[in-house]
Design a protein around this ligand. Structure first.
Ligand SMILES: Cc1cc2nc3c(=O)[nH]c(=O)nc-3n(C[C@H](O)[C@H](O)[C@H](O)COP(=O)(O)OP(=O)(O)OC[C@H]3O[C@@H](n4cnc5c(N)ncnc54)[C@H](O)[C@@H]3O)c2cc1C
Length: 395
């Protein structure tokens, strides 16, 4: 797809000030590569609930010097627990061995606080709001981005960090529908005692339904509820709908729902896309959800956006020409992200099973899976490399 040699002889135009776009801005600014961010919204709203920043992303953030700030703005998740909807233990896996081995904790954090910390890191990078990209044109000497507000910007490279419904992706790879996973989700933030959610991330698996939560510090916990459902349903009162489905579940679900204000609950249908073999073209590339949207089952979508941003900045810095840099970026990121997207989709199918016999079988398998084997998978998923990923990931 990369049709001619070009060099990075101008600004990087970052489309989207989400998790990936802000991380990229910081990583480029740190390397003295000129960039600017263009965001469709009129401000950065501290919306959303919580997010798990896992080891790979924390290692990427460490290269930017942001790992400590993220860690202190959230709460460490030291154990991963899976139970049934009645609270029967299926699996409990210590995760803090990764902190001991690799030097970074797994952090559960409020999404708004993650965004603020990333934005702080990107201070100094020009950020234009109300700038929705609608079109771009690349030529031999650069690329021009056109925005819905009538303005335009000229640079050397466009990076589409514009999320699940990316316009840059549509212009680059063509229009195709998202894949609906078969389930919808609600996310909320509960104001509860930290003792209710002690340094763990917990999922409770029922029949075609799941509930998960983690403490994010400062007397808050984020939770998510997932239910098999047709796409496109809307709620008049999302908290009431979640209560209807989940308030009979084992503790602490009722207490978490009681501690949640209705305006802090968001519903999102879950979509992803089949991985592609390339997401770059002349003077344009993608990152994060724009490149490889994933179901949230492994909690890796935002983490992969962070990792992408750091790898892309590193590739651009190495001065292998623009096309060489984009090829390096894809070489390092395609395989890992494709593997995670596929694994997350499969995991969702298993977690959302409806059939009672299959659920029984699944739960038995979970109970008898050795902790060491779960930790081996976590160790493989934790692996983050700026370059040469293939060589290190399967070690
Ligand atoms: C229920 C649920 C739970 C999740 N849990 C986790 C988790 O625990 N851990 C994790 O790592 N991930 C999680 N994720 C996934 C994570 O939220 C996403 O993968 C992540 O936000 C992607 O980051 P991004 O920067 O690619 O896109 P986004 O954060 O979506 O940012 C895209 C930005 O681009 C802007 N934009 C869009 N179109 C345009 C345009 N045309 N022009 C200009 N700007 C534009 C948007 O306004 C937005 O600001 C979860 C997702 C869901 C739904």
């Amino acid at each position: 797809m990369l049709s001619y040699m070009a060099s990075l002889d101008g600004k990087v135009l970052i489309i989207g000030a989400g998790i990936g776009g802000l991380t990229l801005a910081h990583a480029l600014a740190q390397r003295h590569i000129e960039c600017a961010i263009f965001e469709r919204e009129t401000e950065l709203k501290p919306v959303g609930a919580g997010i798990l920043v896992q080891t790979g992303a924390m290692l990427a953030l460490r290269t930017l010097g942001l790992d400590a700030a993220i860690a202190s703005a959230g709460q460490e998740a030291r154990v991963g627990v899976v139970t049934t909807d009645r609270g029967r233990l299926l699996q409990s896996t210590p995760m803090d061995f990764l902190r001991d081995e690799l030097g970074v904790p797994t952090i559960a954090i409020h999404r708004g606080r993650l965004q603020e910390t990333l934005l702080d890191g990107a201070r100094g990078v020009p950020l234009s709001f109300a700038s929705e990209l609608v079109r771009y044109e690349a030529d031999g000497s650069g690329v021009t981005a056109y925005f819905a507000n009538g303005e335009s910007a000229r640079g050397a490279l466009i990076v589409g960090a514009d999320g699940l419904r990316s316009s840059v992706r549509r212009l680059l790879l063509g229009d195709s529908p998202l894949r609906y996973a078969g389930y919808t989700s609600w996310r909320g933030v509960a104001e509860v005692s930290d003792a209710l959610t002690p340094f763990e991330v917990r999922e409770m698996w029922g029949r075609g339904a799941r509930f998960g939560y983690a403490g994010i510090g400062a007397g808050e916990a984020y939770w998510f509820a997932v239910l098999n459902a047709p796409p496109g349903e809307r709620d008049a009162d999302s908290l009431a709908v979640v209560r209807g489905h989940f308030s009979s579940w084992a503790p602490p679900v009722p207490a978490l729902l009681d501690g949640t204000r209705p305006e802090r609950v968001f519903r999102t249908d879950i979509h992803d896309r089949e991985p592609v073999r390339s997401w770059s073209g002349p003077r344009v590339t993608l990152l994060g959800d724009a490149a490889h949207p994933t179901t949230p089952n492994l909690g890796q979508g935002g983490c992969m956006a962070i990792e992408d941003a750091v790898v892309l900045a590193h590739a651009l810095e190495r001065g292998n020409g623009l096309d060489g840099a984009l090829a390096d970026y894809e070489r390092v990121r395609l395989e890992r992200t494709s593997r995670i997207v596929k694994a997350s989709f499969r995991f969702g199918k298993i977690a959302q099973l409806q059939n009672p016999f299959l659920i029984w079988l699944r739960n038995a398998l979970l109970r008898f899976t050795p902790v060491a084997s779960v930790q081996k998978q976590l160790r493989a998923a934790a692996n983050f490399a700026l370059e040469g990923a293939r060589a290190t990931e399967n070690a």
